[in-house]
Write a protein that binds this ligand. Structure first.
Ligand SMILES: Cc1ncc(C[n+]2csc(CCOP(=O)(O)OP(=O)(O)O)c2C)c(N)n1
Length: 334
């Protein structure tokens, strides 16, 4: 059985028919399980200090990147945040190069000098992430402008957190993108917290989609993080964007299972409780999507993904650290 779903054709228009729902579930599950397992392994290895970069895990939030990227094509690009492993992998970023980057190795996607918060793989449409909250929002808009001029039909996607929606540049970008009718999709990963502060303590109007709509951006807020629902909403948005309908924003509720940064849990800290998390854990999209598949299919996906991840960690471990001379490379344009 072939289980590398990267190779499967993405016939977007056919995927909503009942007969193809199973194949969609297979692809979604492959990606969801793969991201979950990669990050579980990152969390396991992290205390050994082999991973040289801080890690912001997306465990619990995977369905957002997976559902969105399933509706994209290779010609589309994504910009992410420092919590960007899921977006990188869901869009097709190279796993070996990602892990080597976390290990600070020369074979990493940024030569081992940028770490987990600055992943990129332009060949697969992953244009960059940033540790500085909100920075990639205008980058995505600029790229969308270039796409509009040079590659009509392609779109740029920007992932951002509810905290990033407090940055002034978010509103400047909404205005400019609406005015210029950019092929830009903004995806708000609303996990309800900026580090330890709940959204309700930071924002009077917690409806981010409503704020975006005030700028003339077509915006919607999904009821939950159901992977199929995210895929369907993104597909509709992408269809409209390809026809030149101007920017869109989709706000999606989600929940971060791990601490803000690092591999552990933080329910003892006091800003949230395990009871708050329970309803999200019960509707874990990795488990629910997996339950839709027959055991044999699930097992084949597990075996293929686990083997790939094992190999990728060995690659990262065996790779050399950058040479001393690399320190000054790519600092200034040549
Ligand atoms: C410009 C800027 N301000 C503040 C910080 C410190 N900081 C790091 S993460 C973070 C919270 C951002 O929350 P959100 O955008 O909701 O993303 P999440 O971490 O929940 O995925 C803050 C304030 C930063 N990195 N950059």
């Amino acid at each position: 059985m072939t289980v590398d779903h990267r190779a499967a054709p993405r016939l977007v228009s056919e995927e909503t028919s009942a007969g193809s729902r199973y194949r969609l579930a297979e692809r979604l599950y492959w990606s969801l399980y793969r991201i979950r397992r990669v990050e579980e392994e990152v969390a396991r290895v992290y205390p050994t200090d082999k991973i040289k970069s801080p890690v912001h895990l997306s465990i619990g939030q995977e369905a957002l990147a997976v559902g969105v990227c399933e509706a994209l094509e290779p010609r589309d690009v994504v910009f992410g945040t420092y919590r960007g492993h899921a977006a990188y992998l869901a869009k097709g970023g190279d796993l070996k190069a990602m892990l080597a980057e976390l290990y600070g190795k020369a074979t990493g996607c940024a030569g081992g000098k940028a770490g987990s918060m600055h992943l990129l793989d332009p060949e697969h449409g992953v244009m960059g992430m940033s540790a500085v909250v909100g920075t990639t929002i205008p980058h995505a808009a600029g790229y969308a402008y270039a796409l509009k001029l040079r590659k009509p039909g392609a779109i740029a996607v920007c992932f951002l957190g509810d905290g990033a929606s407090e940055e002034g540049v978010f509103y400047e970008t909404l205005n400019f993108a609406a005015l210029s009718e950019l092929p830009l999709l903004m995806v708000v990963e609303n996990n309800g917290f900026a580090i330890h502060t709940p959204q309700s303590a930071r924002q009077k109007n917690t409806n981010i989609a409503e704020r975006a709509a005030a700028f003339g951006v077509t915006a919607s807020r999904l009821a939950d993080d159901d992977a199929f629902g995210i895929y369907a909403a993104t597909r509709d948005a992408v269809d409209a964007l390809r026809l030149g309908g101007g920017p869109r924003l989709i706000e999606i509720p989600t929940y971060r299972w791990k601490e803000h940064v690092g591999p552990g849990e933080d329910f003892h800290v006091g800003y949230r409780s395990i009871e708050d998390a329970q309803s999200w854990i019960e509707r874990d999209q990795v488990a629910l999507t997996g339950d839709m598949l027959d055991p044999e299919t699930r097992r084949a996906i597990h075996d293929a993904v686990d083997a790939e991840i094992g190999e990728a960690f060995l690659f990262a471990e065996a790779s050399p650290f950058p040479a001393d001379e690399a320190l000054r490379e790519n600092v200034y344009a040549n």
